[in-house]
Write a protein that binds this ligand. Structure first.
Ligand SMILES: Cc1cc2nc3c(=O)[nH]c(=O)nc-3n(C[C@H](O)[C@H](O)[C@H](O)COP(=O)(O)OP(=O)(O)OC[C@H]3O[C@@H](n4cnc5c(N)ncnc54)[C@H](O)[C@@H]3O)c2cc1C
Length: 399
């Protein structure tokens, strides 16, 4: 009998695990995701600003899985996991497993307030959220083109959170707006993007040189940076800050942190205060030897025991490690220990400008932009190629 591995979540972590596991002919894999495609969150900033189509930021999961004879894709939402019975309850039906990999990520932390605000706010972690932001942004720009009265009105966007995603979105939107208005010979005085940083600077915790480059670039684009403050309350189209300031907004973007995936809230395991599941150094949930948790759903640490921020890179590393350890277990070999690290970071700062911090090298501008694009394409192109090949296989079966 083949060993059945179920992977919940077909994104950076889940796909990395899948690509490693599929090479073992003694393993059958079922990948389950609530979406038919893998959304490339790391390219979300371009989608939101309107610099790319959404089809450029996805990989079709059915087509990807069709490459492998031992992999099945199931498009459904996970409702509950019963690790004692080794069963998963889905929106439609259920699935049982021998070994489980949880790679369901986390969700945007939203501000607890009047539910009305959700009509004019969104997070950027989901494709739907990113599309909502993009549509709103484009609609507002169009309104300003259509009528002089609208063109004179202020257009305010508040971005709550000045980490990697908040900074990338602010820079890309502001750059798009500046360019759009310049090319239409209209004034760009009216757009105000307010980036809220709870610490003394944007990108708290990153190298001072990267913070300096980023701050300079944001200021040159005319992004308004508010440091040392948090949003204390949201009133009708107005963010009330902890320093008493009130910032009116047309739209708000939540980029101030993440919280546990709701489908994992009732899952009984040790968790940190963000709801991430605690794992051992082989990526297993200590209570169950056949259950691995990877990517943003888990609290990942480096060799020194420092908690790593949630990134695509660590999601991929933990996914590959979990897969290797499943194969090692089946081969009665010792489990491999995690050696997760963030090798570098590339930050998009609007247009053909970025900042890169790789090991001891830090640079910015066009070379950094090319590096960022290369990193994105090195990840995306092999997956697109696999999805294309899988799609052809599906098509040939239909004929
Ligand atoms: C705007 C933005 C920019 C970023 N830029 C970078 C960057 O430059 N570099 C970097 O390293 N990281 C970046 N990140 C962070 C990175 O995207 C995440 O750390 C990464 O996506 C985590 O991967 P994951 O596989 O753990 O989870 P996710 O990518 O969140 O995927 C989770 C998967 O699980 C599925 N799922 C969730 N719930 C269910 C359910 N109930 N049932 C079925 N399926 C479910 C989802 O559909 C999804 O496919 C960025 C994030 C954002 C938002």
């Amino acid at each position: 009998m083949k060993h059945h591995v179920v992977i919940l979540g077909g994104s950076y972590g889940g796909i990395s695990a899948l690509r490693k596991l599929q090479s073992d002919p003694n393993i059958l894999i079922t990948l389950i995701d609530r979406h038919p495609c893998h959304y490339l969150q790391t390219e979300g900033y371009e989608l939101i600003a309107g610099d790319t189509y959404f089809s450029n930021t996805i990989v079709n999961l059915s087509s990807l899985c069709a490459n492998y004879p031992n992999v099945t894709f199931r498009h459904s939402t996970v409702r509950e996991i019963d690790p004692k019975q080794k069963r998963i309850f889905l929106e439609e039906g259920e699935e049982s497993y021998d070994t489980l990999i949880i790679a369901m990520g986390c969700v945007t932390k939203r501000f607890e307030c009047d539910t009305q605000v959700y009509h004019y706010s969104s997070g950027a972690k989901s494709l739907r959220g990113a599309l909502k932001l993009n549509r709103f942004f484009q609609d507002e720009l169009y309104k300003r083109l259509e009528s002089d009265r609208h063109a004179k009105e202020n257009f305010n966007i508040v971005i709550g959170g000045a980490g990697l995603s908040g900074v990338e979105i602010a820079a890309s939107m502001q750059h798009f707006f500046n360019r759009y208005y310049r090319s239409n010979t209209l004034s760009c005085e009216t757009l105000n993007i307010h980036l809220i940083a709870s610490r003394e600077s944007v990108l708290h915790g990153m190298h001072p040189k990267i913070i300096k480059i980023t701050t300079k670039r944001l200021k040159s684009l005319r992004v308004k940076i508010h440091t040392h403050c948090r949003i204390a309350a949201i009133e009708d189209h107005e963010a009330v800050m902890t320093n008493g300031e009130k910032i009116p907004f047309d739209f708000m973007i939540f980029a101030g942190g993440t919280t546990a995936n709701p489908a994992l809230k009732d899952f009984e395991a040790d968790k940190n205060r963000k709801g991430q599941i605690l794992v051992d150094d082989s990526m297993r949930c200590p209570a169950y030897s056949n259950l691995y948790v990877i990517g943003d759903a888990a609290e990942l640490k480096d060799r020194q025991g420092n908690i790593l921020p949630p990134t695509a890179m660590t999601a991929m590393g933990s996914g590959t490690l979990a897969a290797e350890n499943i194969i090692n277990t089946l081969d009665a070999k010792a489990l491999k220990k995690a050696d997760l690290r963030i090798e570098g970071i590339a930050i998009a700062l609007g247009g053909k400008y970025a900042a890169v911090d790789i090991k001891f090298i830090r640079f910015s501008g066009y070379p950094a932009y090319l590096t960022k694009k290369l990193i994105e394409k090195m990840y995306k192109w092999p997956l697109w190629w696999l999805a294309y090949r899988g799609f052809k296989k599906i098509e040939n079966c239909r004929i």
